[in-house]
Design a protein around this ligand. Structure first.
Ligand SMILES: NC(=O)C1=CN([C@@H]2O[C@H](COP(=O)(O)OP(=O)(O)OC[C@H]3O[C@@H](n4cnc5c(N)ncnc54)[C@H](O)[C@@H]3O)[C@@H](O)[C@H]2O)C=CC1
Ligand SMILES: O=C(O)CCC(=O)C(=O)O
Length: 281
């Protein structure tokens, strides 16, 4: 078997991490032949909760998990890591825009960027989930100048999955039969979900999704605004922000980045989101 990968999850006592750690631990991201060491970072007041998460991970008896490190210390968390899921940040509440989180969350990503620079492997792959994800990814990369910029990405995969599922439902086909949906722009209400290049399998044939939907008005209005506002709709309904779907998207993002995608399902939006960040800077 391969050497274990050291995988850091920040915000490990929070709600996204609760789903994410299980999926990573059971092999959904790096595969069934890849052992891992899970590194769980949170802030000192959450260490008690984190102990409970560790108890549960142990109780899952996951064969691929070769060790669990649980800490609030940045050096211990970031030393020698191969992959970082940067989730730890404040989530927005009803009525807030993601940019309202900037003040609280920017400090975190500056500090953790510096820790990546000092302690992580130089080829570490970093996914920023904490909002505003694109800005936080940019800050993280800025404070980790010794790590190549292309190793940082911000999560818009959740938007992609949402768009893909809306189109699949509209056409009455499985989610797996829609691919190449693109999300342009930031993970914010100004993003633009685009199905002009998307494909759908209908009746055994690959068709252009825009033409298959055959409803310009729906695609240009309701579809776009549903994806743009889905995060807020979930907060309004759950009184908490999305967590299960966010964890699934984080796994999809890193899995495809780590392993590559099959030609038919090539999704280039994650790469695009980070490129856009650096074009702006
Ligand atoms: N990009 C995307 O598509 C999505 C992003 N998000 C964002 O992900 C973030 C986390 O969401 P949840 O897990 O629901 O929040 P949560 O509040 O349940 O958990 C956040 C965790 O981060 C921890 N934390 C805070 N400061 C930290 C620090 N300096 N270092 C390490 N850990 C720290 C907290 O103690 C808490 O345990 C939020 O900013 C949320 O808006 C959520 C869903 C989708
Ligand atoms: O909408 C938010 O601010 C929190 C969760 C999120 O980013 C989303 O569900 O898209």
């Amino acid at each position: 078997m391969a050497e274990p990968l050291k995988v850091l999850v920040t915000g490990a006592a929070g709600q996204i991490a609760y789903s994410l750690l299980f999926s990573v631990g059971k092999g959904d991201v790096f595969g069934q032949d890849q052992p891992i060491i899970l590194v769980l970072l949170d802030i000192p007041p959450m260490m008690g909760v984190l102990e409970g998460v560790v108890m549960e991970l142990n109780d899952c008896s996951l064969p691929l998990v070769k060790g669990i490190i649980c800490t609030h210390d940045l050096e211990e968390a970031f030393t020698g890591i191969d992959v970082a899921f940067m989730v730890g940040a404040m989530p927005r509440r009803e009525g807030m825009e993601r940019k309202d989180l900037l003040k609280a969350n920017v400090k975190i990503f500056k500090q953790q960027g510096e820790a990546l620079d000092k302690f992580a492997k130089k080829d570490v792959k970093v996914l920023v989930v904490g909002n505003p994800a694109n800005t936080n990814a940019c800050i993280c990369a800025k404070y980790a100048p010794s790590i190549p910029k292309e190793n940082f990405s911000a999560m818009t995969r959740l938007d992609q999955n949402r768009a893909q599922s809306l189109v699949a439902n509209r056409l009455g086909v499985p989610n797996s039969d829609v691919w190449n949906v693109i999300i342009w722009g930031n993970h914010s209400s100004t993003q633009f979900p685009d199905v002009q290049h998307a494909k759908v399998k209908i009746g055994g044939e690959d068709k252009n999704a825009f033409e298959a939907v055959k409803d310009d008005s729906w695609l240009k209005n309701e579809f776009v605004s549903t994806v743009q506002k889905r995060g807020a709709a979930i907060i309004a309904a759950r009184k908490l922000s999305s967590a299960m779907s966010a964890a699934k998207a984080a796994c999809d993002h890193i899995r495809d980045w780590w392993n590559g995608t099959q030609e038919v399902g090539f999704n280039f939006q994650s790469i695009f989101s980070i490129n856009l960040i650096f074009l702006k800077n």
